[in-house]
Design a protein around this ligand. Structure first.
Ligand SMILES: [Zn+2]
Length: 473
């Protein structure tokens, strides 16, 4: 029985789908104005992990991850400038070029991190029509109003505003930290549609009955989840969907706003389970460009790290706990991957008579128990390493069962390990050349070739029986 911590109820709850064994899930995706950083990636990797475990449990998962390419301002509420426009100005490019470029880079990142591709990666700019339709419904139902140049959501009309984050409208009114927008009836109201607003020369704009303009940030997720996970835009039927995820910073105002818009417009509960991933810190400090500890996947690759080690480190601390991302941790993750690879290669060479069925069954049961407990990855990893220790003590006959279990675990964690023992001819030739150099005691050449091979991911071991090689990746 899978239990997940639901932010909405603040409880660990048994997971039940709305319909049969189909899980409909929406994940707040990247705002494509720069490379995503490892903190963003942690949230996306978590969504992928959750999807993979649901599939392991036998569910069919329909997954949507949005791409925000308009409307997300430099603040998560309505202040500041559009992030895309700021990047466009800085790089002296068209905002569409910026979003195209960074969307491509995002796709490369998730490919390297071995994501199980979502069914849809919809872009905000391609769903303006759907957003406008919902804004119209909100207007008709009295949840939205036009004031000054913009259209706002009236949070006072939605009695449950604040139910996800625990923020109260009164607190927001009292806490006036935010820049005051005098067009708003209440400080907690948020923009659904900007027109001739403070942003002059905004290049991304669309005509609408509210005036030429562009959407606020929150409305895109309501529109795109309804479009891809329900039949709302076909027949007006919105069906509550199962899971919505995001980083903890999305909780307020973004997800609170999504709930308010959706439940007011559709007249139904928006989502059953809300899951939020906590921030990470780097080497014990808040990640920031000024501290020089701000990393993207590219930065880590440039330092020679394997994306799979990054993935393992990102998932190994429970998603609701703060992760301290350290280079020592990254090295340890890389070593753990090597341990698994060596184990699998050793199992392959086993030819004994020991029965492993019982060990596998116990390990599988414990793995599931850990993962069923709100995806306790560190517990599940401990199960796998204990299992490897046990198997290493014996010489199994049923190696496929042993390997099958490890492969299932790797699949759930999304870790791709290259067990291929083949090396190509050019590598073989280099190994031979090194052997020849050693024979003529030309240690310098031998060491040079050894280093070159290591760069290519091939590690050599000189044994009394001759040279052996191992693949690092
Ligand atoms: Zn969102």
């Amino acid at each position: 029985m899978l239990k997940l911590y639901n932010t909405l109820t603040r409880k660990l709850e048994e997971f039940k789908t709305v319909k049969d064994n189909i899980v409909r899930m929406y994940n707040c995706g990247p705002t494509v104005y720069s490379y995503v950083h490892i903190g963003n990636l942690r949230s996306f990797v978590f969504a992928d992990l959750l999807k993979r475990y649901l599939k392991y449990k036998g569910y069919k998962v329909k997954q949507v991850m949005n791409i925000t390419d308009v409307g997300h301002l430099t603040s998560d509420s309505d202040e500041g400038e559009d992030k895309l426009m700021v990047a466009a100005k800085k790089e002296n490019k068209d905002p569409y070029e910026i979003s195209k470029f960074y969307t491509e880079k995002f796709r490369e990142d998730i490919e390297k991190l071995n994501f199980d591709k979502a069914d849809y990666y919809p872009k905000a700019t391609e769903h303006i029509k759907e957003m406008l339709k919902i804004i119209e419904v909100l207007m008709d139902k009295g949840y939205a109003y036009k004031a000054g140049p913009n259209v706002y959501y009236d949070t006072s009309k939605f009695k449950e505003y604040g139910k996800l984050s625990g923020m109260k409208v009164e607190e927001l009114e009292a806490g006036k930290r935010v820049e005051v927008d005098h067009n708003k009836k209440h400080p907690s109201d948020f923009v659904l549609w900007f027109t001739k607003s403070k942003f002059k020369g905004h290049l991304m704009k669309w005509s609408s009955k509210f005036g030429e303009g562009y959407p606020g940030w929150h409305i895109e997720c309501t529109a795109m989840s309804a479009k891809y996970l329900t039949s709302y835009f076909e027949n007006g039927e919105f069906e509550t969907f199962d899971i919505h995820t995001g980083g903890e910073d999305n909780k307020f105002p973004h997800h609170e706003a999504e709930i308010a818009q959706s439940e007011a417009a559709f007249g139904k509960k928006f989502v059953n389970y809300w899951l939020h991933v906590k921030h990470l810190i780097v080497e014990g400090k808040k990640m920031s460009k000024s501290l020089g500890n701000f990393y993207t996947l590219r930065d880590l690759e440039d330092k020679g790290y394997d994306p799979m080690a990054v993935r393992l480190l990102l998932i190994s601390t429970h998603y609701r706990q703060q992760l301290n991302f350290t280079f020592a941790g990254l090295d340890a993750a890389g070593k753990n991957l090597e341990k698994v690879r060596d184990f699998m290669l050793r199992v392959d060479e086993m030819n004994g008579q020991d029965d492993a069925i019982e060990i596998v069954e116990t390990a599988r049961k414990n793995f599931e128990k850990a993962m069923d407990d709100d995806l306790n990855v560190s517990g599940a990893l401990a199960v796998m390493f204990d299992f490897m220790t046990e198997v290493n003590k014996i010489n199994v006959k049923d190696k496929e069962i042993v390997k099958g279990f490890v492969n299932d675990v790797l699949d759930v964690f999304g870790l791709k390990i290259n067990f291929n023992r083949e090396i190509d001819d050019s590598i073989k030739r280099m190994i031979e050349e090194r052997e020849e150099a050693r024979k003529r005691k030309d240690w310098e050449t031998a060491d040079k070739i050894r280093d070159e091979l290591k760069q290519k991911g091939v590690v050599l071991e000189d044994t009394p029986a001759g040279v052996r090689w191992k693949l690092l990746k």
